[in-house]
Design a protein around this ligand. Structure first.
Ligand code: T3D
Length: 260
């Protein structure tokens, strides 16, 4: 597939997915969602890719659904649109057995905010902001916002943000635990790249398994979780990265993980 609404690049084991409709603050269209989904599939299949960054071109991260689509197509089934586009996109990010970093360069609104919530880490520029904009146009949060946001910031704050639609800046997002790090805008891309690079050099299989274990554990009992950890650890213990990690420790050197 050739891409018109995203930029896709893979270098030094990191894949970059850049939403690329800057004049619309990277608002989502059917085409953009399809391209992002295709890019995520490539990330899943390519063993050389060991970390993924999703970020936006221009001054916005993503302004959510392109509202022009509601005006131009009155027959659009919103439910089917969500099922075919955003639901698959969110699930693909969560299911990807590799770390996914949201590089939140600017405003993240509506489904654009949900997109960041689905990522494993949110690194924000100090120019970033978040708004659960849905309520401002008479909609409910979607794209997993009702499931993901309370798990990140807690129920009370998630509900408040969702029923007010208040736009919060990066420092407030950091204060409530919504973003993991805030970086001055001038240094943003360089530090984001360094962060992703560090993740890409980690034991990728262990990271993928941790994503799944921790997500599953949110709905499991302690006993179920202990058992799932035992099963998973058995698998990790057979990996090349485990052997390398132990050898490097014994030999008092830095490990060279390969993701195998
Ligand atoms: O069927 C389904 O899929 C339903 C699913 C819905 C999921 C959703 O995401 S619903 C929520 C949709 N998003 C919004 O309601 C957000 C709308 N945008 C805004 O509220 C504001 O633009 C922002 C808070 C995001 C940013 O404000 P600001 O002041 O920094 O920028 P701006 O001037 O409002 O926007 C800049 C341009 O982007 C502007 O275009 P112009 O006038 O320069 O030609 C604006 O119209 C355009 N833009 C921003 N957001 C959207 C958009 N164009 C289309 N759709 C947008 N969502």
């Amino acid at each position: 597939m050739t891409y018109e609404h995203i930029l896709f690049e893979s270098k030094e084991n990191v894949a970059w997915i850049r939403l690329n409709r800057p004049e619309k603050l990277n608002a989502l269209t059917h085409e953009l969602s399809g391209e992002a989904l295709d890019a995520l599939d490539r990330c899943a299949k390519d063993p050389e890719i060991r970390a993924v960054v999703i970020t936006g071109e221009g001054r916005g991260f993503c302004a959510g659904q392109d509202l022009n689509d509601f005006q131009t197509d009155a027959t659009l089934s919103v439910a089917d649109h969500l099922r075919q586009n955003y639901n698959r996109l969110i699930q693909a990010i969560v299911d990807l057995p590799k770390p996914v970093v949201a590089g939140v360069n600017g405003v993240a609104a509506g489904a654009g905010a949900s997109l960041t919530f689905a990522c494993d880490v949110r690194i924000a520029s100090d120019a970033a902001s978040f708004t659960q904009a849905f309520v401002k146009i008479g909609l409910v949060p979607d794209s997993g916002g009702n499931w993901l946001l309370p798990r990140i910031v807690g129920y009370a704050k998630a509900l408040e943000l969702s029923i007010t639609g208040d736009r919060i800046k990066a420092d407030e997002a950091f204060r409530i635990g919504l973003v993991n790090r805030v970086i001055p805008a001038d240094d943003f891309l360089a530090e984001l790249a360094a962060y992703a690079q560090t993740l890409a050099m980690m034991p990728t299989r262990a990271i993928g398994a941790t994503k799944k274990l921790m997500s599953d554990a949110m709905q499991m009992t302690l006993a179920e979780t202990l058992e799932a950890e035992a099963v998973q650890q058995q698998q990790q213990a057979g990996s090349e990265d485990f052997r390398e990690g132990v050898n490097a420790f014994m030999e008092k050197r830095e490990p060279r993980f390969t993701g195998r």
